[in-house]
Design a protein around this ligand. Structure first.
Ligand code: ASP
Length: 346
């Protein structure tokens, strides 16, 4: 795109609170159509960019998000990639961090912004946060320097902050500050002007845009707690179709050192199961080897989840498992930063 031309954006409306209104009768929040949503925000026509819309029919509450819908989103962006300079995805906040993480691994060599946003209060409510979120997300998606997008990444914009999508988690159901990125700084902050931390933004790719559309959901999760029983551990490790288990461990990736527990993990790894150790703590990372249990986990072949969010661990595994790679290759890629999702060389 020429540096002086007006940016063209595609706004994809998937649903979520942002576009919900109380149903007559019981007042439950249900999704409204995009036309109605747009009528609440005439300001967007005044922004210095052109935009088109694509609305899901029907719009969904994001608790119904699924890998099949992530594939639809990736394919839509792929088909429309050459026609637009940036993409906005209006999405419910509940699973927005999963969708942003999934898309960060599905969209390859991205040179255009893909910004997800939503709101805590529906757009029709007087104190809504939806207007600021949409307007600033659009400004960021349209922003470029020397003809190139400033943020060629999948991001979440919410409550004055732009975050790398695969570093975020929904943190609060109540406050307007719904999202946090604990282990990585925000990519931009919106005040009177939008201040970008350009040193932290991913570089423009050298290769053409491509998408991954094979996802394998064969994952289980084992959240540890003192007193967990062998039956619960075994059911996570031997559920049908499961190729990888995310162990939500304590502190720096620690687990019980009881022989029955370590023995179960070791047997599963020998069968070809991927065991990814991710800490239950929101901040900081796994450090296998710092404590005795971690050193043993490393020895039996447990994979280090470093400082990845749960959302990233789930979606990165689905994308990697979907590529039918050898188990050792998947383990290596899990420990490597593919899209800035983990901190290498800590
Ligand atoms: N339940 C809604 C959703 O995720 C919540 C929201 O949009 O904030 O679709």
């Amino acid at each position: 795109m020429n540096a002086d031309t007006i940016a063209r954006l595609l706004i994809i409306y998937t649903g979520g609170t942002i576009g919900m209104a109380p149903r007559e009768g019981d007042k439950t929040l249900v999704p409204m159509g995009f036309r109605e949503l747009k009528s609440h925000i005439p300001e967007i026509s005044k922004l210095n960019c052109d935009f088109d819309m694509h609305a899901f029919s029907p719009p969904i509450d994001s608790s119904n998000m699924s890998p099949a819908i992530w594939i639809q989103l990736a394919e839509l962006i792929y088909e429309q990639y050459d026609h637009y300079d940036g993409f906005i995805i209006l999405h419910g906040s509940d699973t927005m961090a999963f969708t942003a993480s999934a898309l960060s691994f599905m969209l390859h060599n991205l040179s255009k912004p893909v910004i997800l946003t939503g709101s805590q209060l529906p757009i029709g409510e007087i104190r809504t946060d939806a207007k600021e979120n949409i307007i600033t997300a659009m400004e960021i998606a349209a922003a470029r320097r020397a003809g190139k997008a400033i943020v060629p990444e999948v991001c979440i914009y919410f409550d004055y902050f732009l975050f790398r999508g695969n570093r975020t988690k929904k943190f609060n159901t109540e406050s307007f500050e719904a999202f946090r990125s604990v282990n990585f700084p925000p990519l931009a902050e919106a005040g009177i002007s939008i201040r970008y931390r350009e040193q932290d933004i991913l570089p423009h790719p050298g290769e053409p845009f491509a998408i991954h559309t094979h996802l394998d959901p064969g994952i289980s999760v084992l959240k540890l707690f003192p007193g967990i029983t062998p039956g619960v551990v075994e059911s996570a490790l031997s559920a049908p179709g499961v190729k990888a288990v995310i162990v939500e461990s304590f502190g720096n990736g620690n687990t019980s050192t009881e022989p029955w527990f370590m023995g179960s993990l070791e047997k599963a790894i020998k069968r070809g199961m991927i065991v990814l150790d991710r800490t239950q703590c929101d901040g900081g990372s796994v450090a296998l080897g710092r404590y005795e249990s971690g050193a043993y986990l490393k020895k039996i072949g447990v994979t280090d989840g470093n400082d990845m969010t749960f959302e990233t661990a789930v979606t990165k595994l689905m994308v990697l498992l979907g590529q039918n790679l050898p188990v050792d290759e998947v383990k290596k890629l899990l420990e490597t930063s593919l899209k800035g999702e983990l901190t290498e060389n800590k």
